[in-house]
Write a protein that binds this ligand. Structure first.
Ligand code: SF4
Length: 387
């Protein structure tokens, strides 16, 4: 049964189109070092073979852009690039890709004195000159600080929403309409609400759905499914990615999970409903492990193993409402763990730990789990006392 779809405008990404009534496009992202051409090519081919319509890679520096030039010559896959904080790399990389993703919150990191509108004008010009689409990728962990200051006190989701709307309005004003938007949070209920609100305000703009830091399967798939089912059933969503904490060799599971969700929704099967009612909408809380899907920036090959060890070591606390965040790098780790009770992020040879907002130091891979459990036990003991 074809899904009912919102009448969004069509946005071409290489040989595929999102929106405009086209089938929903499934995406995934490489977790290899982008500068490692052979490994990244193998990852792109793995994802494309699994059914990814668009594959994203991250660029951090010039070496990544040079690698993409070679990768472009050797694959026909539709490529999107994640510009991270360095928006100026767009000029280097746009000739080799089909879509540029920028995060409005990250535009504040470089050239702070330059207004964001100028930076977006630069990106739109580069995209137009190189036949690329754009994605305005708003993420709960790195929202535009100006919007945060204006609206967060009244309405937690409004800064994300206003940031996306403001960037859409500016791109429209510039005459660049080949763009889509994503609004991602690690909480499925927030993903549903913010995307509903955006779709109501801008029904013409194609939406890329995602639950950020959904974590490891099977929980990560279930959490994502819970949000996607709601939105897709309402006609919201033109493309999607299921972000999972899995090693490079298993990244194809993201694509398979995305395709399975689409098939189930089309067939009227909603197996994420119970999760949504119990944990996302409902009052039942439990231990939550959020973890990033890793990307080119991940600082240690043992990151996925670390996330798995955290899950195994904390199973005894499953019924306590504690959030543990496990991130792959020092760039996004400190910010993305801000809302968690306990946050871990990888450095090259160690793991940083913080509790609430307080850094507790860097620990070896052997030390980190016992220390994490000590902190977790203290949090549990305090919550027991407070009952
Ligand atoms: S936290 Fe770091 S390693 Fe993980 S996905 Fe984000 S940028 Fe990549």
């Amino acid at each position: 049964m074809p899904l009912f779809r919102n009448p969004t405008r069509a946005v071409e990404i290489g040989s595929t189109t999102i929106g405009g009534g086209q089938p929903i496009v499934v995406q995934s992202m490489c977790a290899t070092k982008t500068a490692d051409v052979e490994a990244t090519l193998a990852q792109i081919e793995q994802l494309a073979a699994a059914g990814a319509d668009v594959v994203r890679v991250a660029v951090d520096h010039k070496a990544d852009c040079d690698a993409l030039r070679e990768i472009r010559q050797r694959t026909g896959a539709n490529l999107a690039v994640d510009l991270q904080e360095n928006y100026r790399l767009a000029a280097e990389v746009a000739p080799w890709v089909d879509k540029l993703r920028y995060n409005p919150g990250h535009l504040y990191h470089h050239e702070r004195e330059k207004p964001w509108r100028e930076k977006v004008r630069f990106l739109a010009d580069i995209a137009a000159a190189n036949d690329c689409a754009l994605r305005i990728g708003v993420n709960c962990g790195s929202v535009d600080p100006a919007q945060q200051e204006k609206f967060a006190a009244d309405d937690a989701l409004r800064p994300m929403l206003e940031s996306a709307l403001e960037h859409c309005a500016w791109l429209d004003q510039l005459g660049f309409t080949r763009y889509c938007v994503s609004l991602k949070d690690s909480d499925p209920a927030k993903v549903v609400e913010v995307n509903r609100r955006f779709a109501a305000a801008r029904p013409d703009v194609p939406l890329h759905l995602g639950v950020t830091e959904a974590g490891m399967p099977p929980e990560g798939v279930l959490k994502t499914r819970a949000a996607f089912e709601k939105l897709l059933a309402e006609g919201i969503g033109d493309t999607l990615r299921v972000s999972l904490t899995v090693p490079v060799a298993r990244k194809h599971e993201e694509v398979e999970a995305g395709r399975a969700i689409l098939a189930d929704v089309a067939a009227g099967r909603f197996s994420g409903d119970e999760y949504y009612r119990t944990f996302a909408e409902g009052s039942k809380k439990r231990l939550e492990i959020i973890s990033c899907p890793s990307c080119s920036r991940v600082e240690n090959d043992k990151f996925c193993e670390l996330a798995e060890r955290v899950r195994e070591a904390t199973r005894y606390a499953a019924d306590y409402p504690v959030t543990i965040a496990v991130m792959g790098c020092r760039v996004n780790g400190p910010g993305e763990t801000d809302k968690a009770d306990l946050g871990l992020w990888c450095g090259p040879n160690f793991v940083n730990l913080k509790r609430g907002g307080t850094p507790l130091g860097a620990f070896s891979f052997a030390e980190i789990i016992p220390r994490l459990k000590r902190e977790l036990d203290e949090i549990i003991a305090r919550s027991e006392k407070a009952r």
